[in-house]
Design a protein around this ligand. Sequence first.
Ligand SMILES: [Zn+2]
Length: 308
Amino acid sequence: MRTPWPLDLASRVDRAAERRELVDLETCDAIVVRDGRVLAADGRVVELAPEAQPPAALRIYLGRDGDRDLAALVPVDPGFGADDDGIGGDRMRGLRDLLAGFWDRGADGEREHELATTAVAIANWHATHPRCALCGEETVPTLGGWVRRCERDGRDHYPRTDPAIIVAITDPEDRLLLAHAAHWSPRRFSHLAGYVEPGETFEQAVHREVHEESGLALAALEYLGSQPWPFPASVMVAFRAMTDRPEDLRLDMDEISEARFVARDEIAALILAGEVVLAPKGSVARRMLEDWYGGALPEPRRDGPVDV
Ligand SMILES: [Zn+2]
């Protein structure tokens, strides 16, 4: 019996796009974001009132939360929140480290997940798009931080998100394909994945990536859900699929250096023995694993190897 796919979540925050050009961002409570990190305390995202906020290099309108407006703030000081001086206990934490905890806290965690991934994604975009792609002139943030406008030609540039597909593949015995990418740390295994190319549907990207990386043809393809993945600018689009001919597995060896089909009892033993390290809790890859497995995967022994 498969567990229900759990990503069909309604938005927990009203993005209120119509308010982006109206709200004075300096009066908003704000979450602090910089370099893919978010200000957090005990795993929870911290919201600072205006009087508690550090000097800002950039502010971005996040939306309406109940009866107040929320913003993201990029501090001027690159070292802000590196230690607990001044704002006891609060630290800048990598978004990946925070993901697992979000999903354990129900609606509150889903709300924080939405705010944090949005803030990190759009702050990443600002950090990497300082100039006009057409004329090279500097761009300036406008519309509550959701547009950058070219000072020379007046063109508006919008945040971009790069879709990537990820697919859980099973064989006729319902064993799951686990693959190791050549550039990953030893023992790390996951599903096949790759970026969608211009002109492709998501489904075509799945068939192409799987064929390129594994030689496999897919007999069935089913959409599962998606998850924003701002590392630095993606959304992961998740599928599951079957192959009738697992014996056709041929690795390209440039991208995927190892892959095999594993049964459920086998995967549990591999985890407990520390022979495979799987995607962390909070990632879409982990949800796909547990969807196939039929529940929570065992945790590796604490003295076992760790992903480095
Ligand atoms: Zn320009």
